[in-house]
Design a binder for this molecule. Structure first.
Ligand code: ATP
Ligand code: MG
Length: 447
């Protein structure tokens, strides 16, 4: 992509309304723009990150055996009356009346709608298990939308719903999502820690929040340090196999958010291993049994011919929140430092002297060669000053910068900078091409 054609409205000043670094950087780097409190437009740069995160979430859901679909944002109030949640949800729900005076709502979550779909689509226990998910915008009229996309009112969520015949089977579905989430966040460069959590208005018995540790996180959390460095399930994990080991290994160590925190239990952890910190909730999984299936009469005929209510769970990932969470984890005083798998582009190519024939030629050739290898390049072909180009590239935080100008070319070299550690190398163009292509490919290989 040529910068001259792209739309990158960067800001010089830090907007005063932004209190945390990710919000500041997202505004400054021209990733989002607020339309109304807690409601954002995703500008081209931010949109590219959002789509990459979404795609990683999707790939790991598919790997775990969940099946993608898409439900609408607007739902009928009637379904929510069946579950009893229409009144219970309170002011967080955005209620809408259509022209025929029918009560509608902008979905804050989808348990009711998916239960309605499944109850009319399955008959027999042979139709189970099923895991269905979608990635769709949600609306919750939060009292205090803040921290930019981290606590928005409109936000993008991946939500999965599992349907099983027995509680034992339902636990297996829960373990699948548990393992899938560990992989999902790790692929974005995030170490997530599953923590015992309260079930809240979704209800149920078993629940874990996936927390990314960050000083600016909204949740206060307590855990055994061993959880932070634990290896993530590999890409070869057999999701049809037994995953209870992955679950037990983690849940045997103490980890809880403040609502579930038990000081006495925590103090049993050796002092050197106790970690109390702040964290960002990036995912939340629930097993709630027959709470919705009973209320909404969603059943199948069992092997004995008798109807039984389906065992259910639901599993959310905050896709748009993750954009902010990743910046909180990867930035410095000059801007973002994107991990390769979620970077809006892999490489920023800077032309230091537009109009100079040789510089133009080398830039264009490298740009085309990199793109042909699947390396995503943002090519700064504008006539801005060098200092401004460097500052913008650091701000938007692409993993590699390649700087090309007449002075270097006289000696046959161009500069490659690694945004993550700041290391700079002067290399002939071919060597720079090989080095960057290789580094990007390696970083995209699945762990
Ligand atoms: P929170 O405790 O942060 O308000 P929640 O427990 O109400 O979140 P869930 O119903 O568990 O949220 O939603 C699943 C995921 O969606 C959360 O783990 C979070 O990552 C994301 N999410 C929830 N609310 C918001 C929001 N207002 N803005 C952005 N993401 C959100
Ligand atoms: Mg939650």
């Amino acid at each position: 992509m040529r910068l001259s054609k792209f739309f990158l409205p960067v800001l010089k000043e830090t907007p005063s309304e932004a209190k945390i670094i990710s919000h500041q950087l997202m505004l400054r780097a021209g990733m989002v723009r607020q339309g109304a409190a807690g409601i954002y437009s995703w500008l081209p740069l931010g949109h590219r990150v959002l789509r990459k995160i979404e795609q990683i979430v999707r790939e790991e859901q598919n790997r775990a055996g969940a099946v993608e679909m898409l439900m609408p944002t607007i739902q009928s109030a009637d379904l929510w009356r069946e579950s009893g949640r229409y009144e219970a949800y309170g002011k967080e729900m955005l209620r809408i009346t259509d022209r025929h005076d029918r009560e509608m709502l902008f979905g804050p979550t989808n348990e009711e709608l998916i239960t309605e779909i499944v109850r009319s689509g399955v008959r027999s226990y042979k139709d189970l298990p099923k895991m269905l998910y979608h990635i769709q915008w949600k609306f919750r009229d939060e009292i205090r939308p803040r921290f930019g996309v981290m606590r928005g009112r409109e936000f993008l969520m991946k939500d999965t719903y599992s349907f099983d015949l027995t509680p034992d089977e339902a636990r297996k579905s829960y373990y699948k999502m548990f393992a899938a989430y560990l992989r999902t966040f790790a692929r974005m460069g995030l170490r997530s820690v599953p923590m015992r959590a309260e079930t809240g208005p979704i209800g149920g018995d078993l629940s874990h929040e996936f927390i990314v540790l960050a000083d600016t996180g909204e949740s206060e959390v307590f855990c055994h340090k061993g959880l932070v460095d634990m290896a993530v399930p590999s890409a070869n994990t057999d999701f049809d196999g037994d995953l209870v080991g992955i679950f037990n290994e983690r849940t045997s160590l103490y980890a809880a958010t403040d609502e579930m925190h038990d000081e006495t239990e925590f103090n049993k952890v050796p002092e050197a291993n106790r970690l109390s910190a702040r964290g960002i909730e990036v995912g939340h999984i629930f097993y709630f049994g027959t709470k919705y299936s009973e209320a909404m009469k969603c059943s199948v005929n069992g092997p004995d011919g008798k109807p039984s209510f389906i065992e259910m769970g639901s599993y959310g990932v905050g896709v748009s929140r993750l954009v902010g969470a990743i910046i909180e984890a990867y930035h410095d005083e000059n801007g973002c430092k994107w991990p390769v798998p979620v970077a809006p582009f892999h490489v920023g190519l800077i032309n230091l002297k537009t109009g100079d024939a040789e510089t133009e030629r080398v830039c264009t050739e490298l740009y085309q060669k990199l793109e042909a290898q699947g390396v995503e390049v943002l090519y700064d072909d504008t006539s801005a000053r060098a200092g401004e180009k460097f500052a913008t590239m650091d701000l938007i935080g692409l993993p590699y910068q390649i700087v090309i100008g007449p002075r270097g070319l006289k000696n046959g070299v161009i500069e490659v900078k690694n945004r993550n550690d700041g290391a700079k190398d002067e290399l002939p163009p071919d060597a720079a091409f090989a080095y960057v292509t290789d580094a990007i490919k390696k970083a995209l290989e699945l762990a």
